[in-house]
Design a protein around this ligand. Structure first.
Ligand code: A3P
Ligand code: MG
Ligand code: MG
Length: 360
């Protein structure tokens, strides 16, 4: 008999890092101005390295040149499922058994980031819906009631801050390899470029998608995902307390997100309350854990990776029924361990009929 819950404390996971294989890009896709799927690289952008003190005005265009993605439209795992169908015959070449015979899990980087951060984010709640279909575990996310409430009751200044993140990207990215950024254009948060990577964590073979901000424009840069660059904004820091909070919480999220996909570099813009980017700093993803070492109540990457590996083992033990209409819902409530419930033919079911039919 196995435990029906999974501990979210740090202590059980403070052991050597589990093996995590190199991330290998299997393909990519783009979402256009209306968030439609395209099996191409049309949304790939190229970084134009900014000055260290660029003074970008992030407020520019918020009122008149912003098309905001409709966050009420939840796509579940649809985009990676579309990518899988588009690559079915290519995937089958590797193993004749079935397109996904090489994989245990299909998910997105965002869902895994939440898992990685769990032992250090006691207050963060999540619900992950898992369906086993043809031996593969699909991990989707269900928005919690508190997250939904938080999203629908954002302040105007929070909304504008979200725009600032996208505007920073526009100041630094060009659409063409030899192009220049166009900060007079529209910011449309529907548009995105995604990489699909394969890797292995312990004995868990993973296939997941992750949104990529831009790439190094040097044609001799290493192959994806090693040529990709993550862009971030954060508040300018004035006190040691602010710097400590930044290392404990923000660097954890930034590290987890980029490390999972194998993105080696993060370019961060520090902004003041007026939306001016006052400084820019580059972080090497691999070096971020060292910046947190010695921090009182700091975080350890091996705890995150062991928790993720053990969570995936827990999912494999718990999710027995192989049925596209059955969902095992794994929940993490504030300051609690991971628990699960089982749902048949419920509103949690997320594998679309078009996918199930074409894979059967
Ligand atoms: P920041 O750089 O300020 O975080 P990402 O950095 O993951 O590529 O995301 C780009 C921007 O999208 C973020 O900029 C933020 O503005 C917005 N964003 C990211 N995650 C979000 C979320 N969960 N809810 C709302 N906006 C989000
Ligand atoms: Mg992004
Ligand atoms: Mg970013």
């Amino acid at each position: 008999m196995y435990a029906a819950t999974l501990s979210t404390r740090k202590e059980p996971y403070a052991r050597c890092s589990p093996p995590f294989k190199e991330r290998v890009e299997e393909g990519s896709f783009s979402l256009d101005t209306e968030r439609r799927f395209h099996h191409d690289k049309s949304q790939m952008r190229y970084i134009v390295e900014p000055d260290e003190t660029p003074n970008f005005d992030l407020r520019n265009g918020y009122s008149d040149r912003y098309i905001k993605r409709d966050e009420n439209v939840r796509k579940n795992l649809e985009h990676i499922l579309q990518w899988i169908l588009a690559n079915k015959s290519k995937l089958m070449q590797r193993t004749a058994a079935s397109a996904l015979a090489d994989f245990d899990f299909v998910t997105s980087r965002g869902r895994l980031t939440k898992v990685l951060c769990t032992p250090y984010e006691g207050q963060t709640e999540w619900s992950l819906a898992v369906t086993k279909f043809q031996g593969v575990f699909y991990i989707n996310e269900v928005e919690t009631a508190s997250a939904c409430q938080g999203r629908q009751n954002r302040t105007e200044s929070h909304e504008e801050n979200i725009y600032w993140g996208y505007k920073f990207e526009q100041y630094i990215c060009a659409d063409k390899i030899d192009g220049t950024p166009d900060s007079t254009g529209v910011v449309n948060s529907n548009e995105a470029y995604y990489s699909v990577v394969r890797t292995r964590l312990s004995d868990h073979r993973l296939l997941f998608s992750g949104e990529v901000d831009c790439r190094d424009k040097d044609p001799n840069a290493p192959a994806p995902p090693a040529c990709y660059v993550e862009l971030k904004t954060s508040g300018e820091m004035y006190t040691d307390k602010q710097r400590s909070k930044f290392r404990r919480f923000k660097l954890l999220k930034w590290w987890a997100q980029s490390f999972l996909l194998g993105v080696p570099r993060i370019v961060a813009g520090f902004k003041n309350d007026d939306g001016l980017v006052v400084s820019v700093r580059t972080y090497r993803t691999a070096e971020i854990p060292q910046l947190v070492q010695g921090e009182y109540l700091g975080w350890k990457p091996e705890v995150c990776m062991n928790f993720c590996s053990d969570f995936l083992s827990f999912v494999k033990r718990v999710v027995i029924e192989d049925d596209p209409h059955v969902v095992y819902l794994f929940s993490r409530k504030a300051l609690s361990d991971v628990t699960f419930t089982v749902h048949r033919n419920s509103s949690y079911s997320f594998l679309p009929d078009w996918y199930v039919t074409k894979m059967s």
